[in-house]
Structures are given as structure tokens and as C-alpha cells.
Design a protein around this ligand. Structure first.
Ligand code: GLN
Length: 448
């Protein structure tokens, strides 16, 4: 009944939000019937709970597009590791959610298929790239959704829709079956309405997977264990660069009030400096685009999805398929990445960016030698209107300045709602040391 109701609700509301690209009605109802028939195992803590899937995670026999024309009608032959895990926990995947094409973007506007709207105000962007995932959760279509975060794509749309979004530590969650954007930065994580729900979902999807070579063997704690409401003595660092130029003063005000609330609960708060923050965006766009240019070579019209017609030669087939199949933003990244990796530019761009990445990672480690958590705004601004940041990609890229350093350093980061400005949600970002998601959950739960 719950599964059926979920589809009724999605069908009644999705004209308004346009969060879903594909519904999985047949699969979901089949799975629900099996649960009814066979009963629920004791460890199936998510039994019967419906969820949505960002459409860059492969689903067996269900169209998986990455919001690109080049994967139109592509039906994978297997499902992503995280989906195997969730199925084992009894959760029911109900559909594939919209995103920026290949997760490249911050507004979900680069999708080939549709324009998802912000859950709070349908004239505003939902954020991105996991825009569909955030809206489906915030609008009550599903209790949780999976997103992916390469430079902020879980945390930023979570912030813009007033929900909880976690990017786990790099290596915590298997990337097997996630369509790769930038493999050294990509990480899957949960978007939920509450901190506890988020911890429950991470419990189900975290852990070692031999099929992902960067998967960590670190033991996975029970992430709900620290949900006590107590943060007494916790040491919180406030990086001054995250509150400076380019960050909307109204956003700063709301986040500072949030920090004061943590302080009132007994946390010890001090200001620190992360001086290389300002180089994060530049390094990210070199490294991320370089990896993307390599990862996207496989889309050639032969193996997957869309294939151009009326071509004369094999090379013509590749060129036409990619010309017609990829959108502008994807092409921009492929060109930037190919250039950065080319023999004459490698030292000046790729290598330099990799060095900056190390500086940023080290700088975070210095802070975590003395502090439990870093707290800052998730984004410099609240959700804005459609088309507003489209003309100049460099301006749009700056919007990710506060989320990108976390990916470069492989750290876990969460966005949680801290309040509202002009009726739109403001995200507060909690950043932890590697594999210390538990501390993030502890503070977020106390704050909530
Ligand atoms: N907005 C960033 C980009 O366009 C981050 C995207 C992401 O995290 N997938 O690359």
C-alpha cells in the first residue's frame, strides 16, 4: 500500500516539481509484494521504505540517462552496489531522479530531459547537480534519495531545499555502478529530511566493496550511536574565509546564529584560517574536467544509448554521436580537461592543480589536529531564479567555492538547514575529518 501511495503522490505532484525522469513502478511493486509475501528479516531496517535514485546510478533493466541525450533509452545490465545494499535492507527504489547532465552543474538546468523546480518556490532553481534528489525529498515524494557529490552536488541542493544531505568520506561508499564524472572526487550519499534518517541510510550503504578500487576497508560504525543530543566539549573551528567576500551577509547571519546555538549547547567555538580556500575552485575545474574528459571517452555511440544516424565513416559516427549527444556544459569540460592533460599544458595546469589539492588537504589536517568539526555556510547564497547564472560559467563556478575544498581533501561534509532568508532555506555545512561522519551526525542531531 505504501509503495502504491508513493506512486499516486508522485504522479499527483511531479507536474509541479519535475523531479523524476523515470518511474520504476513494475520493479517497485514486485519488490513490495515479495516483502509482503516472504516477511521481513530482522536486519531489514528499511523494509518497505520507498526511495529515489539520482539518474547517474545504474539500475538493471531501467533506463539510466545521467540526464544526457547520449544515454537516452540506455538500460544497464546490472544495478549499482548502493542499490544492492538498499535492496538487502528492504528499501524500495521507486524512480530515477533528474540531475545536471553527467552531474556537471549546480542548478539541474543542464539536464537534457526536464527542468526540476525548487521545492519551496517553483520559480527558483533546485540547486544541483542532485536537484531531483533534493526536491523529491523536500517535497515529500520520497523519504530519502541518493545523490552524488563531486564538488558539492549533494550538499548544495540539500541547502537550497532545506534538507539534510551528506557527502561521506571518499572511499566510505562504493562507487561501483555510479556513472563516473571525476573518479577521485565522486562520492554517493543520502539526502533526507532528518539527521536520524540520514544516519540509517548511511548505515545501509557504507562499507567495503572489492569492485571499487578506492573503497575503504575501515570498519563502519553504527552512525545512529552518537545521536544523543550532546555536544558538550566538542571543538568547532570556524574558517574565516568561508564568511568573507562573495558570501551573502544574510546567509552569514543565519549560519552564525546556528553556530551560536551549538555554542549554547556546550560546544567550544574558535576562528581558524584556511588560506588556500580561494584556489579550490580553480584546482577543482582543472582536475575534475581532466578526469571527466577521460571518463567520458567511453560514450562513443557504439556501446551505450544514443547513436547518430546517416554517418559515413566510423570516425564520423564518433564525432556526430558526441556532437549531438552531449550538451554545452559537458563539451566545455571535455575541452578544458583535454587541454589541461595535453603534453604542452600538463605541468602548468594538471600538475599545478594536483599540488594545490595537496596544500588544501594538508591545511584541513592542521585544523583537525586541534578540532572535531569545521562549521561554515554550505553556499554563498540562497536559491536564485532560472537562467540567472547561465551567461558566465566562471561566475556559476564560484558558487561552489565553499563545498569544493571538501571533495579535494576527501572529507565528509553535511548540509543541514539553519534557517531562512526571504522565505528560502539556508544551509549550514558541517565538515569532519576523514571517516569521522559520526561526529558530524552527533552535532547535526543536537542542532536539529
Ligand atoms: N557544481 C559542481 C560542478 O559543476 C559540482 C558538481 C558535482 O558535485 N557533481 O562540477
Amino acid at each position: 500500500d505504501l509503495t502504491k501511495e508513493t506512486f499516486d503522490n508522485i504522479k499527483a505532484t511531479d507536474d509541479r516539481y519535475e523531479a523524476f525522469i523515470t518511474l520504476m513502478e513494475e520493479q517497485a511493486l514486485g519488490q513490495a509484494q515479495n516483502l509482503d509475501k516472504n516477511g521481513i528479516e530482522e536486519d531489514q531496517i528499511l523494509a518497505g521504505i520507498p526511495f529515489g535514485i539520482k539518474d547517474n546510478m545504474v539500475t538493471k533493466d531501467v533506463q539510466t540517462t545521467a540526464a544526457s541525450r547520449i544515454l537516452k533509452d540506455f538500460k544497464p545490465v546490472y544495478s549499482a552496489a548502493v542499490l544492492e545494499n538498499l535492496e538487502q535492507a528492504g528499501a524500495i527504489g521507486v524512480g530515477k531522479l533528474n540531475l545536471d547532465e553527467f552531474a556537471m552543474g549546480s542548478t539541474t538546468e543542464t539536464s537534457y530531459y526536464k527542468q526540476t523546480k525548487n521545492a519551496w518556490d517553483q520559480t527558483k532553481i533546485p540547486g544541483g547537480s542532485s536537484g531531483g534528489s533534493a526536491v523529491a525529498v523536500a517535497a515529500g515524494q520520497v523519504p530519502f534519495a541518493l545523490g552524488s557529490d563531486t564538488g558539492g552536488s549533494i550538499r548544495q541542493p540539500a541547502a537550497f531545499n532545506g534538507i539534510v544531505g551528506l557527502k561521506p568520506t571518499y572511499g566510505r561508499v562504493s562507487r561501483w555502478g555510479l556513472i563516473a564524472f571525476a573518479s577521485s572526487l565522486d562520492q554517493i550519499g543520502p539526502l533526507t529530511r532528518t539527521v536520524e534518517d540520514n544516519a540509517l541510510v548511511l548505515n545501509a550503504i557504507a562499507g567495503y566493496d572489492a569492485r571499487d578500487q578506492t573503497s575503504s576497508k575501515k570498519t563502519v560504525p553504527d552512525f545512529t550511536a552518537g545521536l544523543t543530543g550532546d555536544v558538550k566539549g566538542m571543538k568547532i573551528a570556524i574558517p574565516k574565509e568561508y564568511f568573507g567576500k562573495g558570501v551573502d551577509p544574510k546567509v552569514v547571519e543565519v549560519v552564525k546564529a546556528g553556530i551560536a546555538q551549538l555554542e549554547a549547547l556546550g560546544a567550544k567555538v574558535e576562528e581558524v584560517s584556511l588560506p588556500h580556500t580561494k584556489y579550490g575552485v580553480a584546482a577543482y575545474y582543472i582536475l575534475g574536467s581532466s578526469e571527466a574528459s577521460s571518463n567520458l571517452q567511453r560514450f562513443d555511440g557504439i556501446r551505450y544509448g544514443f547513436r547518430a544516424e546517416n554517418v559515413k565513416t566510423l570516425e564520423d559516427l564518433y564525432v556526430q554521436t558526441r556532437t549531438q549527444g552531449f550538451g554545452d556544459e559537458v563539451k566545455r569540460r571535455i575541452m578544458l580537461g583535454t587541454y589541461s592533460l595535453s603534453a604542452g599544458s600538463y605541468d602548468a595546469y594538471f600538475k599545478k592543480a594536483a599540488q594545490v589539492r595537496t596544500l588544501i588537504a594538508n591545511e584541513f589536517q592542521n585544523v583537525f589536529a586541534q578540532y572535531d568539526l569545521i562549521v561554515a555556510p554550505t553556499t554563498p547564497n540562497i536559491a536564485y531564479g532560472f537562467g540567472e547564472n547561465q551567461d558566465d560559467p566562471q561566475v556559476a563556478y564560484m558558487n561552489d567555492a565553499l563545498t569544493i575544498p571538501v571533495n579535494l581533501a576527501g572529507l565528509p561534509g553535511m548540509s543541514i538547514n539553519a534557517g531562512f532568508v526571504d522565505g528560502l532555506p539556508v544551509g549550514m555545512q558541517l565538515i569532519g575529518n576523514r571517516f569521522e561522519e559520526a561526529k558530524i551526525y552527533q552535532a547535526a542531531y543536537a542542532f536539529e
